[in-house]
Design a protein around this ligand. Structure first.
Ligand code: MN
Length: 335
């Protein structure tokens, strides 16, 4: 009683001025996603405010969505950077050597030579094996953009708030996970982004090309449905995207999907198969061993894949392939 209490929280103080006149790289993880790209764009803008230039890079690959986003937002990035050129590297959305892709060797050697300093901005747990164990840029949040928001919100502008939203939507799987803090941070960022939720959502949606849309709809329309032991087997055919179409049939409710097609280029027939994990476990079923190997015995051809996603390529009509598959599955399930 009678005296106030001050709780000192150890906070990361970022003195950006110490990075002036340095060659700075903002490095995303291999197969960079929306969170990594948005986070690096936010950091680049923060540095820019202090008149500090930086380059964004990915080891070798960026995913389709992130690439489309970068293009639309005119976020420039380089691929396979020469790490020797830089004396400060910020890691965005990762902190693990495994995620350096093919830069790993170069990075490890140069780091040992103290060729650069590293700070990671990330939302994954810091481990002993982490690249940067200082934790100054890492906290337990839902996205790296949320981490940056919490560290630097007073310097954020509309664009950064917008990018922060994109990372949060993406990394929560469109809010499949979250907590009070996430929703309050998101709401704050959305309010200050000068964009509507729908506008931002558009950037996180996978734009499907028309051919794929038609392939999915035709596959669904043509599907024949069979019930074996209370499980639903869907058989269909389509000229393109058989694999992706088979996956779609599972999401529509099939336990096993079989999608037949003819490859005119190779003058052969294809069967793409998918099995739901509950179905596999319940029936101890493996698409390769229990279906395609048997099919191969009957019809020849080549097979490949794994227990839940597999493909047969050979030469047989749709009817023959269908009847063979159904016979094989029936035998396995009713034995
Ligand atoms: Mn992330």
């Amino acid at each position: 009683m009678g005296f106030s209490h001050f709780i000192m929280v150890k906070m990361a103080k970022f003195n950006f001025s110490k990075y002036k006149n340095k060659n700075i790289l903002l490095l995303c993880h291999e197969n960079a996603d929306l969170d990594a790209i948005s986070a690096s764009a936010i950091l680049q803008l923060l540095l820019k405010q202090k008149n500090i230039d930086s380059e964004i890079a990915v080891p070798s690959h960026i995913n389709e969505q992130a690439s489309a986003f970068a293009k639309k937002q005119k976020i420039k990035f380089i691929t396979s950077p020469n790490l020797k050129k830089y004396d400060q590297i910020f890691l965005l959305d990762f902190n693990d050597y495994d995620q350096l892709g093919k830069l790993r060797e170069q990075f490890t050697i140069l780091q040992k030579q103290k060729s650069f300093e590293v700070v990671s901005f990330d939302h994954h747990v810091v481990e002993k094996r982490s690249i940067d164990t200082s934790k100054i840029g890492v906290s337990n949040k839902h996205s790296t953009t949320q981490v940056l928001f919490n560290l630097f919100k007073k310097d954020f502008n509309e664009k950064m708030f917008f990018y922060a939203c994109v990372g949060m939507i993406e990394d929560t799987g469109h809010f499949i996970v979250g907590d009070k803090e996430l929703f309050s941070d998101f709401s704050f960022c959305l309010t200050h982004s000068n964009k509507s939720y729908n506008e931002i959502l558009l950037f996180t949606k996978n734009k499907m090309d028309k051919g794929k849309k038609l392939a999915f709809l035709k596959t669904a329309q043509r599907a024949e449905i069979f019930e074996i032991n209370d499980f639903i087997i869907a058989f269909s055919n389509v000229s393109f995207f058989q694999g992706a179409a088979a996956t779609k049939l599972l999401s529509l409710g099939a336990d096993v999907s079989l999608v037949y097609g003819i490859s005119e280029k190779e003058n052969s027939s294809i069967l793409s198969c998918r099995a739901d994990s509950y179905f596999k476990e319940k029936n101890n079923f493996n698409l390769v061993n229990d279906l395609l190997k048997e099919l191969q015995k009957n019809l020849g051809g080549e097979i490949g894949g794994h227990s839940g996603a597999a493909m047969w390529k050979g030469n047989a009509s749709e009817k023959i392939v269908k009847n063979n598959c159904l016979g094989i599955i029936r035998k396995k399930l009713l034995h």
